[in-house]
Design a protein around this ligand. Sequence first.
Ligand SMILES: Nc1ncnc2c1ncn2[C@@H]1O[C@H](COP(=O)(O)OP(=O)(O)OP(=O)(O)O)[C@@H](O)[C@H]1O
Ligand SMILES: [Mg+2]
Length: 368
Amino acid sequence: MPNVPAIEFRQVEKIYPGSSAAAVTDLSLEVAEGETVALIGPSGCGKTTLLKMVNRLIEPTAGMIRVFGNDVRSSNPVELRRGIGYVIQQVGLLPHRTVAQNIGTVPELLGWDDRRVWARVDELFDLIQLDPELRDRYPSDLSGGQRQRVGVARALAADPPIMLMDEPFGAVDPIVRKALQQQFLEVQKRLGKTTVLVTHDIDEAITLADRVAILNLGGILEQFDPPMAILRDPANAFVMSFLGHDRGLKRLSLLPISSVKLVKGPAVSRSASIEEAREMMERWGVDWIALADGDVLHGWVPGEELDGASDLASLALRRFESWLTSDASLLDALDVVVSSRTSAAAVFDGDRYLGMLSAETIGREIVT
Ligand SMILES: Nc1ncnc2c1ncn2[C@@H]1O[C@H](COP(=O)(O)OP(=O)(O)OP(=O)(O)O)[C@@H](O)[C@H]1O
Ligand SMILES: [Mg+2]
């Protein structure tokens, strides 16, 4: 069956018993197979409720949820959950079970024999890069980041096609969080699982997700688009305020240097005359000149050193301290450019000189 969404919410509503307001209001969205979708919104906007309706820990008041085309109401909840790994908000490891036992929980419940369970646990230690020394420790003796990793490993244990992750990198410091995000991207590249991930952090959503669903209180879907589209065209004031003031910079973080046209910059051949070098500097309005031939960048010299020099070849060349490779983001590039003496960064692909990036070029990307 081609093009059946892995998960489909169709006009879903949830009103908890005894409460007057809806936790989720008329929400429709589809998650394609292999896609990572981030759910983001203020506390209490129904993110956890949405996840739990997928694996039937909570039943909707109205509407329908389908998993690979099947109405979840017609599936046995236990069967359904076999195909859905769930990383619980606040991790929720079982305190009296060791790390290895925690990770093996679902395979054990599925009746795998011990050897197969332990082999799978080993595999996951490897995949999530957990120190094997942690196997027999208890969750209380782990760092926050380690606990988060164990939570993810446990959800992956039975190799479910769908992963629901509720703030999987919530309770850790920013550095550990970055590392866990990076690892998520790598693992995801290998496994390609359909993933719905809840986060409070817009930068995390932008970095990790193919599409981001921005929710408002009452579980109202304000926008559901790829990160780039959200940053470029926020649907309304709510989304705009959610993205914050540095929307332009966030966009830059998603754009690789290779997305802009590079020019060779204020550069002349090493065999050019002093006059030609001066003209080039004037044309660019800079007080330095780069010497380049084809895809070889020799270096640069400050303009004042041209005074009295007989030819360029006699000048001592400076190396470009500010350089980048073409796979870096424009945000990385901006950082290098603003801290460089030349207000420009040389871009390389390996040894090949591709061109020069100036603050101006990058600035154009922010506004367009
Ligand atoms: N079992 C419940 N009974 C009644 N109301 C509930 C129940 N669970 C959640 N709610 C309410 O439903 C709304 C949505 O809750 P939910 O846990 O889905 O929010 P959330 O977006 O996950 O929030 P957070 O970011 O703080 O985790 C909240 O107003 C919450 O108080
Ligand atoms: Mg929640």
